[in-house]
Design a protein around this ligand. Structure first.
Ligand code: NAD
Ligand code: IPM
Ligand code: MN
Length: 359
């Protein structure tokens, strides 16, 4: 039987709740498809800061580096006045999140945004607007203003720096064009080239990659402010969107409104040897411990892990389909339904169309 070693970073608050739901489902699917997932749960996030003095302890980094894939819950504390937010930048939980992405070299973050047929009613947008949304936001993940130097806080000055090197833009552009090839054949590059030199550079490099390698793919450009408006008002026009680290972070939370909740969007971070899989939402301290977390984003991230890192695409599809059914039959509170995390997970499990085992 094939075995895979999965490094699991449950994190804080709802992180462990959505991870538990996901490993339950993954285990049933793995068993039916005749493979085994060996999980190693590792300290990560605010709880690791408390117990190990660092949000990304060395042992966690090392174990992730040796795994077949990394599955993350979510980490971080409440926004505002909290001890985890008062430590030096390198000890912030968010630096741990950035640290594991950088350590694994996963420069391309794929954030699919899809409104499944029959689930338009879960969107706060009009059915006709939400219906048919199927876009892939490709967010650059290991560069840009998140990592640029200098970066500092002084008494009378705060400074962050947005830098992109040519190779960073070229490689993310290639991921976007390759993705578009398998989808609708269109890439929209989002920048702020009307104001920012770094964005002008981004646009020039994307155009260069397009002209020399991907002439058959349609390419257009939008400024990020207009892109935000277009995503909210006419999401169907988008196929593959490629953008920088910070713009992708913001636009993907906005795009999560289309299917109905921040809780439903998954992500796959690829480009290194080992993939990292996490929902796009945070640790949601406001709803933690109340059976309210929607595990959909993490469940679908688990399916992306099966597809991208473990070559188990049939098993991945079984999870995708069951989640779709559960969203229809028994949605969670954030989507206007009444299911809690546990009830929703049970509905997903009941909806799994597992193959019969040979023996
Ligand atoms: P958040 O995503 O945690 O929560 C925003 C809102 O969405 C809250 O009202 C929350 O209840 C709701 N929500 C989020 N996920 C949900 C789910 N699965 N089901 C139902 N409702 C859900 O954002 P925030 O409050 O800005 O951040 C809280 C902490 O999480 C911060 O420390 C932040 O840095 C961290 N964070 C971590 C990650 C990650 O681990 N990858 C991602 C984003 C934010
Ligand atoms: C995300 C989060 C992270 C990011 C933070 C918590 C570091 O918002 O994964 O979207 O900005 O990348
Ligand atoms: Mn975010």
């Amino acid at each position: 039987m094939k075995q895979y070693n999965i490094a699991v970073l449950p994190g804080d608050f709802i992180g462990p709740e959505v991870i538990d739901a996901t490993t339950q489902v993954l285990d049933l699917v793995a068993d039916a498809f005749d493979f085994k997932l060996n999980y190693e749960r590792l300290p990560f996030g605010g709880n690791a800061l408390d117990s190990h003095g660092h949000p990304l302890p060395e042992e966690t980094k090392e174990a992730c580096g040796k795994s077949d894939a990394v599955l993350m819950g979510s980490a971080g504390g409440p926004v505002g006045d909290h001890p985890w937010n008062k430590v030096a930048r390198e000890f912030r939980v968010e630096s741990g999140i950035l640290g594991i992405r950088k350590h694994l070299g996963v420069f391309a973050n794929l954030r699919p945004v899809k409104v499944f047929a029959g689930l338009e009613h879960l969107s706060p947008l009009k059915d006709a607007v939400a219906q048919g949304t199927d876009m892939m936001i490709i967010r650059e993940l290991t560069g840009g203003i998140y990592f640029g130097k200098p970066s500092l806080v002084e008494e009378n000055k705060g400074l962050s720096t947005m830098v992109y090197e040519r190779y960073e833009v070229e490689r993310i552009a290639r991921v976007a064009f390759e993705s578009a090839k398998l989808r609708g054949g269109k890439v929209t590059s989002v920048d702020k080239a009307n104001v920012l030199d770094v964005s002008q550079f981004w646009q020039d490099v994307v155009i260069g990659v397009h002209e020399s390698e991907f002439k058959d793919i349609e390419l257009d450009h939008l400024y990020v402010d207009n892109a935000a408006m277009q995503i909210a008002s006419n999401p169907k026009q988008f196929d593959t969107v490629v953008t920088s680290n910070i713009f992708g972070d913001i636009l993907s939370d906005l795009a999560a409104v289309i299917p109905g909740s921040l809780g439903v969007l998954p992500s796959a971070s690829i480009g290194g040897k080992i993939g990292l899989y996490e929902a796009i939402h945070g640790s949601a301290p406001d709803i933690a411990g109340q059976n309210k977390a929607n595990p959909t984003g993490t469940l679908l991230s688990g399916a992306m892990m099966l597809r991208h890192s473990l070559d188990q695409s049939e098993a991945a599809k079984v999870i995708d389909d069951a989640v779709q059914t559960a969203l229809k039959e028994n949605p969670t509170g954030d989507l206007g339904g009444s299911a809690g995390t546990a009830e929703f997970t049970k509905t997903v499990i009941a909806a799994l169309k597992l193959p019969e085992k040979a023996s």
